[in-house]
Design a protein around this ligand. Structure first.
Ligand code: GLU
Length: 449
């Protein structure tokens, strides 16, 4: 059961609502964490005395800027850029950039807030941040994307640095966009500062396994949850929403560990194939040709495309929501449970609504919340920073082994913390409490910051 909001925390939450009107996703992310913290304040009253929670809910710095650029027809376009530097108690600000038309301050703040606790759970020295723009890369030429990225970085560069703030990718931002941004940063600053961005291409300072890391990590986390229940992925039917970076490599790792992934999707519909999704076809379609999932069914005869379909109606034992926030609501969760779903690993950030989370926890589903389950991406970003700092590059096998260990540690920490706080098996509680305690202790040690 998720906890009820403690009476000491309710006024803090009300104040967050008052200070951040209309930012519903941010409210949701804050509420989820605060609901878990009541018992922590009983054990650690100093956190309340020092107003750590009130401080954590207020970003250290928020940057909003104009991004003007010219499209291929010579027309001037104006977008809005954001970087919310939320918390640097554990290390330089760290978190991705999202380019998507739905982006506004409330989305960046929810993502930045989650990132604080996710990064804390990795055990690595990284603070929390997020950024992005309402720029829509869909249908844009490579030249347009480049000009946008250059304009974006022309403002953002002054706020970044390998010891200050280190962005990476998120929805709509991959190695291509990071390349354009790194080139512009290098040009403006006249510094080859590899550690200022992560998710870089392998020829210019990137890390092996970074591209695969979020998806692999989510599957490792689910495998650990199942192992804790004496079970495994072997022979389990899986459904993975999305078809971006997280989805593709979740499908690869789930298949490698014996699962059968029968469906994936994009914002228009989903494909279903009872024989399993073919990774080679999917990668060619999405990574190389940047096309829509509808076309998968033209290439694979056994697959069926369902336009506008709800992927959560596809029966599965394991669900890996890897598309976007609030993609599983209470009804979807109940459908999944009714169809025999026993485990959920959130590859995306906050893909399940509070109602959905409650349904999964009440039904005893092994539920891995995003800030724990998808932490493998940012953890491997921290490994990329480590390689950049030592001017070294590690092998695929070694880097994957490190990722696997990190995911196992996150699982064990969340599992133990949930038990310690009287809610065994509740990884939502475990992740929020364990993630919070580390940041809060660091903040308490550093005085009034
Ligand atoms: N955007 C990813 C996340 O949600 C990765 C961030 C990073 O690597 O800095 O965690």
């Amino acid at each position: 059961m998720p906890c009820k909001m403690d009476e000491k925390l309710e006024p803090i939450y009300q104040e967050v609502l008052r200070r951040n009107p209309g930012e519903t996703e941010f409210h949701q992310a804050v509420r989820e964490v605060l609901e878990c913290l009541g018992p922590v304040l009983v054990k650690r009253p100093e956190f309340a005395e020092q107003k750590i929670i009130q401080r954590i809910c207020e970003p250290e710095r928020q940057i909003i800027f104009r991004v003007p650029w010219q499209d291929d027809r010579g027309e001037v376009q104006i977008n809005r850029g954001f970087r919310v530097e939320f918390n640097s108690a554990l290390g330089p600000y760290k978190g991705g950039l999202r380019f998507h038309p739905s982006v506004y301050l409330g989305i960046i703040k929810f993502l930045g807030f989650e990132q604080i606790f996710k990064n804390s759970l990795t055990g690595l020295p990284i603070g929390g941040a997020k950024g992005g723009s309402d720029f829509d890369p869909k249908g844009r030429s490579a030249g347009e994307v480049m000009r946008f990225c250059q304009s974006f970085m022309t403002e953002l560069y002054r706020h970044l640095g390998e010891h200050t703030d280190v962005p990476a990718g998120d929805t709509g931002v991959g190695a291509r966009e990071l390349g354009f941004m790194f080139g512009q940063y290098k040009r403006i600053t006249n510094r080859y500062e590899s550690g200022v961005l992560t998710g870089k291409g392998l020829d210019w300072g990137g890390s092996l396994v970074r591209k695969e890391a979020t998806g692999y990590g989510t599957v490792f986390f689910v495998a650990e949850m199942l192992r804790a229940r004496g079970d495994s992925l072997e022979g389990k039917t899986c459904v993975v929403s999305g078809s971006g970076n997280v989805a593709i490599y979740s499908i690869e790792k789930a298949t490698e560990l014996g699962g059968r992934v029968v469906a994936c999707s994009d914002s228009n519909g989903y494909v279903y194939d009872e024989h399993g999704i073919r990774l080679d076809v999917l990668r060619q379609l999405k990574e190389v040709e940047r096309r829509r999932i509808r076309e998968y069914a033209d290439l694979v005869k056994t697959a069926r495309y369902v336009e506008d379909g709800n992927i959560w109606t596809v029966p599965c034992k394991v669900a890996l929501p890897s598309a976007t926030q609030n993609e599983i609501n209470g009804r979807d969760a109940r459908t999944l449970i009714g169809n025999g779903c026993i485990a959920v690993g959130e590859g995306a950030n906050m893909p399940t609504t509070p109602d959905g989370v409650r349904a999964f926890l009440d039904a005893g589903v092994a539920f891995g919340p995003g800030k724990a389950a998808n932490a493998g991406g940012v953890a491997t970003s921290a490994l990329e920073m480590q390689q950049n700092a030592s001017r070294d590059s590690w092998s695929f096998e070694y880097t994957e082994k490190r990722l696997h260990e990190i995911m196992r540690n996150i699982h064990d920490l969340c599992h133990q913390t949930a038990e310690e706080y009287g809610t065994p098996g509740n990884y939502v509680n475990g992740a929020n409490i364990a993630g919070f305690i580390k940041v809060a202790s660091a903040m308490a040690a550093m005085g009034l910051i």
